[in-house]
Design a protein around this ligand. Structure first.
Ligand code: HEM
Length: 194
């Protein structure tokens, strides 16, 4: 009891405050400190890879780190469609002017439920040039676009080059089939000779 009253007397002596006022102010300061410091990232955490939610695609839901981009090489439009976010284990990819970008770091835009989810898994050049969300405009056909529309597309292209890793190129379906056929010919040279 003696120690308790000595501590209380010391608090009053050194701070000029009653013990109740001292502890109330100390609690408030601790609360303010905790609130403000939670708004900042520690230097150790700053260098860690960014995290996004696999479930909700929100930048505020901390679930699992964004995976390193994987090169997909030359793929066709039907193959690109597999990367539209419906399979959460696959990266989110889209194509601009035939170049494929990994946009997984912006799952909040392009993931399921995102405002730009319709871009994922598609060749988006025509839609971007025309600033259109029409499903028919999600292709690489640049026919009939005027200079200003092509300039808009170029601006988008620069944005994607700057922001996202390039992971492959889009090729015509026909070309892949031709390659498959020519590979069949190489492995089975006698198959087509009757
Ligand atoms: C009412 C019109 C629109 C508004 C207010 C709007 C607003 C926005 C905003 C606020 C962002 C986020 C920017 C950022 O944080 O970097 C964004 C991103 C984006 N917008 Fe729009 N937008 C509009 C129309 C369009 C149209 C017509 C297109 C193309 C067809 C488009 C394509 C995009 C794309 C692709 C992104 C994501 C870019 C990225 O990956 O960083 N937007 N938009």
């Amino acid at each position: 009891m003696g120690l308790y009253s000595t501590v209380m007397d010391e608090i009053t002596f050194h701070t000029g405050l009653s013990p109740t006022a001292f502890f109330t102010i100390a609690t408030l300061m601790l609360f303010v400190y905790r609130t403000v410091s939670s708004m900042f990232v520690s230097p150790q955490d700053y260098n860690k890879p960014p995290v996004v939610s696999a479930r909700f695609g929100s930048r505020f839901e901390v679930d699992e780190p964004v995976k390193e981009p994987v090169q997909v090489g030359e793929i066709t439009e039907p193959e690109l469609r597999l990367y539209n976010g419906s399979d959460p284990s696959k990266p989110l990819l889209l194509s601009v002017k035939g170049q494929i970008y990994d946009v997984s770091s912006a799952r909040n835009f392009y993931g399921p439920g995102g405002s730009y989810a319709m871009f994922a898994g598609k060749e988006c050049s025509r839609a971007l040039a025309l600033l259109s969300f029409k499903p028919d405009d999600f292709n690489g056909n640049l026919e009939g676009l005027d200079e200003s529309e092509l300039a808009i597309l170029e601006d988008w292209e620069y944005k994607f080059i700057e922001k996202y890793p390039k992971v492959g190129q889009l090729v015509q379906e026909q070309r892949t089939q031709q390659i498959e056929h020519s590979q069949e010919d190489i492995s089975n040279p006698n198959e087509h000779q009757e």
